[in-house]
Design a protein around this ligand. Sequence first.
Ligand code: OSB
Ligand code: MG
Length: 368
Amino acid sequence: MRIDRVALRCVNLPLVSPFRTSLGIEYAKPALLVQVSTDGADGWGESVSGFDASYSSEYIESTRDVLVRHLIPPLLAAKDVTVSSLGPLLAGVKGHRMAKAALEMAVMDAELRSYGMSFATSLGAVTDRVPSGVSVGIMDSIPELLDAVGGYLAQGYRRIKLKIEPGWDLTPVRAVRERFGDDVLLQVDANAAYTLAGARHLARLDDFGLLLIEQPLDEEDMRGHAVLSRHLTTPICLDESIVSARSAADAIAMGACRIVNIKPGRVGGLLEARRIHDVCAASGIPVWCGGMLETGLGRAANTALAALPNFTLPGDVSASNRYFSTDITDPFILEDGHLRVPQGPGLGVTPLPDVLAEVTTSVRELVR
Ligand code: OSB
Ligand code: MG
């Protein structure tokens, strides 16, 4: 495939309600979209980098910069680009996994569209629908939280994840258990807000039968997670700490986690995400698909990945209307607590031109 043009498009979508985590509060979802034009089909990718560097060292402007200066030029110069040639082509650039993931997704979309093959088939999906969980932000009050959780359960979400931080942990978990009972699949995500000094406090979460506690400690504190895990009966799940198949293998070997959250957009792309899935499967570690409030483009890719066999827990793959009043693609809809895995060529979805135009804040084009 010859790549003739790459367009980098910044979009900003208002969120239906503010999303608060231990890292801050978001009112809108900014995203950098990558559109590749080739001698075959066009393809779309989406970067999960955020507006600031609070969740990850990568952020939208750093992603755009490394794409423009270092990642796109070798693609435009290459005679033939396929998704499997990207690894070697881009090996000279360290890190910048979110940028690489967006580019890989766009090239993969173009390549698979030219074959008429879906992401699901290409990745090895074993199901055509995936159970949908929902990530519930930190709220101003318990009644507000119970309203939100009750609303999601009424819609049919199969699993609830509560964002926690020191001062908002035991009380919201207890309140949700008391109101909605012990049968609700419930888990928590701290986004690295605790230290080992909080181990005894976190162990009090063991009373609530949680599926897992996600990323309680700093992303680089693999040893700390291994120590903490010996103080808890609740399984530790890592998110931010898992950046590659190698880090997943290390985490498992150290006993730092018993479950892994795989975010393709954060680990360098779908191929690395699949390698993490495979390492975990071989080690008996269940995985689930995380999310970064993706638009319908990233959601299509995540849904396809979540259909692989070792994705045995419901993921943060919620319906479009959990995030946006209007998505940039046809919306993903909750049906009996599941999202359908797109079956069309490539991602199986494309941006709706009118909506795209409305949410676009800038476009930059690079040509061969
Ligand atoms: O830690 O899983 C996280 C959103 C942005 C950044 C980090 C996280 C999240 C979520 C939302 O929890 C998951 C979703 O996309 O629904
Ligand atoms: Mg997380």
